[in-house]
Design a protein around this ligand. Structure first.
Ligand SMILES: [Zn+2]
Length: 366
């Protein structure tokens, strides 16, 4: 078995690093095509353009909202081509970042990622998830290489709504458990090898960091403050989780997230919120100790992650309805199949119901 680990070329994190954007990316090219959500672009535009001007770089900002689809990427690719871009930069959350990845892939350009929220572990990876117009999964596009530069301004992250920061912890919460499962099954990671000790240990460090600093970081971000705990959790959400998932592998938590996401009522739930619930369900399915599951549920409650289907917006928790989620989670090509035992919809259904019951009971106790 061949071990493969991949990573972004440079990861840069700190308060106000965006003021030096030009300095950090000037080696990549001179014409930068920015793709970002309208809010994200208005947050970073002034400092980024001032720094690019200082470095005599040309740039164009392209506001983007909506789903990351093949059509939206094709449209923006055309604009980037017309601008003669040699660098594509994604600014914002998951959708803008994934769209920038797809455009850069099509263009064959350098890729810069500037997350303005730490809501998921997309920034460092070579994975681009594309959706259909109806929000259902379309395909996993694997880029030829990881982003060249990932630029994370911790002040910008801390000033974004806390809910995104917390959702990022939900996504990062799954990383260790999914990585460990993939180790047991020797499942292939994203680049098609098996995990390294390095990637597995980064996944573990991700989990330990959340447990140690998650709650205090959340409280600081509530006040828009950057503290050492906030820096630790940003690194866990963006770098450790990103490297951990990509070079170790995803498993049932993400598969169940797709399943629950297909249920009515979850449209407003964030990726990391669904993944947090998926993590609890994976632990139930793998029969983790009650102590370990309680630790995860207590953490979720302490930082404000959902632990029940109701909190995710699912009003119909009947087995018939939940079976739809279980069937989606078992679809071919989903990472649920990276488990070290054979999975089927009944097994997933039991895990979803079991996780929801533990979550409801825990909420009643507090
Ligand atoms: Zn994820």
């Amino acid at each position: 078995m061949v071990k493969i680990m991949i990573a972004p070329n440079r990861y840069i994190q700190g308060p106000r690093v965006l003021k030096e954007t030009g300095t950090y990316i000037v080696h990549l090219g001179s014409r930068v095509f920015f793709i970002g959500g309208p809010t994200a672009l208005s947050t970073v535009k002034d400092q980024v353009s001032a720094s690019l001007n200082e470095n005599s770089m040309e740039y164009q900002f392209e506001a983007f909202s909506g789903e990351c689809t093949r059509a939206s990427a094709a449209r923006l690719l055309e604009k980037a081509r017309r601008f003669l871009a040699d660098v594509v930069a994604g600014v914002g959350g998951g959708r803008a970042i994934d769209t920038a990845k797809a455009v850069s892939h099509g263009l064959g350009s350098a890729l810069v990622i500037i997350p303005t929220v730490a809501s998921n572990d997309a920034p460092c990876s070579a994975l681009c998830v594309q959706y259909k117009e109806n929000h259902m999964l379309d395909r996993f596009l694997i880029l030829k290489r990881n982003p060249d530069v990932v630029l994370v301004d911790s002040k910008v992250i801390a000033e974004a709504p806390t809910r995104y920061f917390v959702a990022g912890m939900g996504d990062a919460l799954a990383t260790w458990f999914e990585a460990f499962t993939c180790t047991k099954s020797s499942a292939k990671n994203l680049p098609g090898g098996v995990t390294t000790a390095a990637a597995l240990n980064l996944a573990r460090l991700c989990y330990d960091t959340l447990m140690e600093y998650g709650v205090s970081a959340k409280l600081a971000v509530d006040q828009n403050a950057v503290t050492p705990a906030v820096e630790k959790v940003i690194e866990a959400n963006v770098l450790l989780s990103g490297l951990g998932f990509e070079s170790s592998g995803l498993a049932a938590a993400h598969g169940i997230h797709e399943g629950v996401h297909a249920l009515g009522g979850t449209e407003g739930a964030l990726h990391g919120e669904l993944v947090a619930f998926g993590t609890i369900a994976q632990l139930v399915m793998e029969n983790y100790s009650r102590g370990e599951i309680d630790r995860v549920i207590d953490f979720c409650k302490a930082v404000g992650l959902p632990v029940t289907l109701r909190q995710l917006g699912v009003s119909d928790a009947s087995p018939e309805n939940l079976m739809k989620a279980a069937e989606v989670a078992c679809m071919e090509g989903l990472t649920t199949h990276n488990c070290y035992f054979e999975i089927n919809p009944e097994l997933i259904l039991g895990a979803i119901i079991g996780a929801n019951a533990l979550g409801e009971a825990s909420l009643k106790r507090s």
